[in-house]
Design a protein around this ligand. Structure first.
Ligand SMILES: Cc1ncc(COP(=O)(O)O)c(C=O)c1O
Length: 444
């Protein structure tokens, strides 16, 4: 079937009825950018309850890595479900959890052996990294980055510095957290360009935070997203990550890579930090790891993950069905999908960049693999953020049958399933251009 096919006004009657029911009984804290009510999905195709078919470049917030209902993943889930659904891997043993830990040890860019702690979500993976950082270092303080998103439970929320609404009303948060500027080269805090920058914004940590706020020998860990996700798909330059690694080594600080969004092949490598050649001490993984089943993993150097029985655990963490889905997912990623993300991602990036001349709203197109952000601005010189226009573009794309999400204040993110084809990427770019034109037309 050629996608998209829009048959009704959106939302259609069945979608509207469900949204009305939702509005009285479901937490109003969820952010719904547009009224999509899904009935089923396959690959990059999503059908809603009224029979409208969409091209999915959102993937349930970068989760459906192998596409909707990949047959290999579904088969693994069905087979494991028929054997047993749960036995709590924190109290008992089962093979899928051990096999997944072995597989993660083989694919994570940390030499010398790693161990895995299993939870159910990104925030739990980050919490485990936080607790382990403090436990292993005997230090309390943590440095994270402005614009970063690490989750919404109290520990991870203390690191999250994405949108103030996410923190508003929930304080006091965890003490001992300091935030440094993230190296956003499009909006360089020091006014440099990528060609003359040697990652000077790292100096803020060295010359400001360490000089004025906290002694480096009291910092347990620095937590960074190699590509900020919710912050707007902003890529940290390789040299920044390399200098960050050198700085952390100099002071005995652990380096934690939060690859919840950038990991599992999305960047065109299994993990985005691999572009820099940097080896972190720990990684937080979730989202795409199990193609949609809940799973979060904290992976750490084996020597670091030396906490005793009872120190940390989770009833559901590492659920056998999620582990089976993750094993099938990683197999597909290794066989074809990481390479497809690199190949189709480069194609899509070129397509989106080519829209710049005709569409003045486009300020910047960036990303890696199938993790692409398009930042919209009202004026290319002043870079005034086009937030309302961004929301309008996302909605205009939806009405044309393309699912994308906003990220940061004014970026549109493309985070499709990694099975996206070049033809589908072209369709997405064409629809995106139409959505831009609609919003640009209405601004004139
Ligand atoms: C980089 C990063 N870390 C952590 C999280 C939290 O993950 P979850 O929503 O599964 O708790 C997210 C979610 O968007 C994320 O993008």
């Amino acid at each position: 079937m050629s996608v998209p096919v829009i048959r009704t006004p959106l939302p259609g009657p069945k979608a509207k009825a469900l949204i009305d029911r939702d509005s009285t009984v479901v937490s109003p804290s969820y952010t719904r950018g547009y009224p999509l009510v899904i009935e089923r999905g396959s690959g990059c195709m999503v059908e809603d309850v009224d029979g409208n078919v969409f091209l999915d470049c959102a993937a349930g917030i970068a989760v459906n890595s192998t596409g909707h209902a990949h047959p290999d993943v579904v088969k693994a889930i069905v087979e494991q479900s028929a054997r047993f659904l749960h036995m709590s891997g924190t109290d008992f043993y089962y093979e899928p959890q051990v096999r997944l830990a072995e597989e993660l040890a083989a694919v994570t860019p940390i030499a010398g052996g790693v161990r895995s702690f299993f939870g159910n979500s990104g925030t739990e993976a980050v919490e485990a990294c936080l607790k382990l950082s403090r436990y292993a270092s005997g230090r309390q303080n943590i440095i994270a980055f402005l614009g970063g998103f690490h989750g919404r439970s109290m520990g991870s929320l203390s690191l999250t510095a994405s949108k103030a609404i996410q923190r508003r009303g929930f304080g006091p948060l965890m003490p001992g957290v300091y935030h440094a500027p993230f190296p956003d080269c499009y909006r360089c805090p020091l006014g440099l360009t990528t060609t003359d920058c040697a990652a000077e914004c790292l100096d803020f940590i060295d010359h400001q935070i360490f000089a004025h706020l906290v002694s480096p020998d009291e910092v347990a860990a620095i937590v960074i997203e190699p590509i900020q996700g919710e912050g707007g798909y902003v890529v940290a330059p390789d040299q920044f990550l390399q200098r960050l690694r050198a700085l952390t080594k100099e002071h005995g600080i652990l380096l934690v890579a939060d690859e919840v969004q950038s990991g599992m092949g999305r960047s065109g490598k299994m993990f985005a930090i691999e572009f820099s050649g940097v080896e972190p001490d720990m990684m937080a993984l979730a989202k795409g790891i199990a193609s949609g089943l809940p799973l979060g993993v904290a992976v750490a150097r084996a020597g670091l993950m030396a906490w005793p029985p009872g120190a940390h655990a989770s009833t559901f963490g590492g659920n056998p069905v999620s582990c089976a889905a993750a094993l099938a997912t990683i197999k597909l990623l290794k066989e074809t999908l990481v390479a497809n993300a690199a190949d189709v991602g480069a194609h899509m990036m070129a397509g989106l960049k080519s829209l710049s001349d005709a569409h003045p709203l486009i300020g910047d197109v960036r990303g890696r693999g199938l993790m692409i952000g398009v930042e919209l601005v009202r004026n290319r010189q002043t870079k005034e953020r086009a937030t309302t226009e961004r929301d309008a573009v996302v909605n205009a794309a939806f009405r044309r049958g393309l699912l994308v999400l906003g990220a940061g204040k004014n970026a549109v993110r493309f985070s499709p399933p990694l099975v996206l084809t070049k033809a589908q990427a072209d369709t997405a770019v064409t629809i995106f251009a139409e959505a831009l034109a609609e919003v640009e037309g209405s601004r004139r």
